[in-house]
Design a protein. Structure first.
Lengths: 220, 161
């Protein structure tokens, strides 16, 4: 096989300029988020526990939005697939999740990554120990302006091929991600049972919103 | 990663990723999608690479994984027979065109290892790591691909005089 001929031939294969420009534009678009007054979305009477019906961490926001734009923001309000964050200057950001869920543990290029207050490669730890535990703090603001620091814990067990990761926020919401045979599923537990390692889901009513177990599959 | 760093990375590695994807998927549109997805992952990585070679290998591994995801996707546009493709490049010389056709006629795993070996200059051991395959598997594929190419090219060139 003539290596030079091979190289001369395949060096004539190029991606289109349009495709390259598009990806540059995509990164520009990712920096911008929808900004609007929370307005009617900030409904009075949504209790703190209901706000955390979908657990969203500062780390997850950074991952979802690709970073710097939301540094220094704290989560103000959380809905089904959307949330409002605000910084000290009073700037508000309203975000809608493009995915069915916001994963705090993801598989990337054969590595298992934890997205918490920072990104942590937990592959080796899980391979060696069969488990991984991490704790970090998140500032959560309620509708009434109160700010609390919550300790989030993450526990991952299993192997890099089949694992279960549970994130608890300490005030009654736990999100569990399970990866098995290439399929990822998620559960959200709300209530006292979420404080324990395992437990059944409960329904909870608060301010007209109810939170219950949500189970859904990824599009893959 | 800053915008200018990313722009430079697109310029430096865009075609590499595209060629890896094209050799696997045989389809320009899918290959460009893979290129874009791979580069977007790079953008999120925020520079945890020890060297440019480390970055390049990471990109190739991600691109290969993306290609496999593309093939598994329910929205997949299945491989179009070579003769139906209208997006193949136009080559300067007939032997280049013939070589391209014969490489693209190989099974996808052979095409990829052949591309990584003859174009990117990786050894079998490195290709095994990049493609998450056993070394012996890569060696076997390379050997079979070479054999097939030698036969088909010899035939093609003797046909064309």
């Amino acid at each position: 096989m003539d290596r030079m001929l091979f190289q001369e031939t395949f060096s004539q294969l190029h991606a289109s300029d349009g495709a390259k420009q598009e990806v540059l534009q995509m990164t520009e678009n990712r920096k911008h988020s929808r900004r609007r007054l929370a307005g009617a979305a900030r409904v009075a009477g949504i209790a703190a526990a209901a706000m955390m019906a979908l657990v969203v961490t500062a780390g997850a926001i950074n991952v979802a939005t690709d970073g710097a734009f939301l540094e220094g923001f704290t989560i103000l309000w959380v809905g089904d697939k959307e949330f409002v964050a605000q910084n000290e200057a009073g700037d508000e950001v309203y975000m809608v999740s493009a995915d069915d869920g916001i994963d705090f543990v993801t598989e990337e290029d054969g590595r298992l990554m934890l997205h918490a207050d920072r990104e942590i490669d937990i592959t080796d730890a899980l391979t060696e120990n069969g488990s991984y535990h991490y704790e970090y703090e998140v500032t959560v603001s309620s509708e009434d302006g109160r700010e609390d620091t919550e300790v989030f814990t993450v526990d991952v067990t299993g192997s890099t091929e089949e694992w279960t990761a549970t994130q608890r926020n300490g005030i009654g919401v736990a999100v569990t991600i399970t990866s098995e045979n290439g399929e990822v599923s998620r559960d959200i537990l709300v209530g006292a049972e979420a404080m324990d390692a395992e437990g059944a889901a409960t329904d909870m009513e608060s301010g007209g919103k109810s939170a219950s177990v949500v189970e859904y599959q990824t599009a893959e | 990663m800053t915008d200018s760093q990313f722009e430079k990375a697109v310029e430096t590695y865009g075609d590499t990723i595209f060629r890896v994807a094209y050799s696997y998927l045989k389809n320009r549109s899918d290959a460009e999608d893979v290129m874009q997805e791979t580069l977007l992952k790079l953008y999120q990585e925020d520079g945890r690479f020890e060297s440019e070679e480390h970055r390049k290998r990471w990109l190739i591994r991600v691109a290969v994984n993306q290609c496999k995801s593309t093939l598994r996707s329910t929205w997949l546009r299945r491989t179009v027979p070579l003769e139906e493709q209208t997006d193949t490049p136009v080559f300067d010389r007939p032997e280049q065109s013939e070589l391209f056709d014969q490489v693209m006629a190989l099974p996808k795993n052979y095409r990829l290892v052949v591309y990584l070996y003859y174009y990117e200059g990786y050894q079998a051991r490195e290709i095994a790591e990049l493609t998450h395959r056993n070394l012996s598997t890569v060696q076997t594929w390379l050997m079979r691909a070479r054999g097939q190419l030698q036969r088909s090219l010899k035939e093609a060139w003797s046909r064309n005089g």
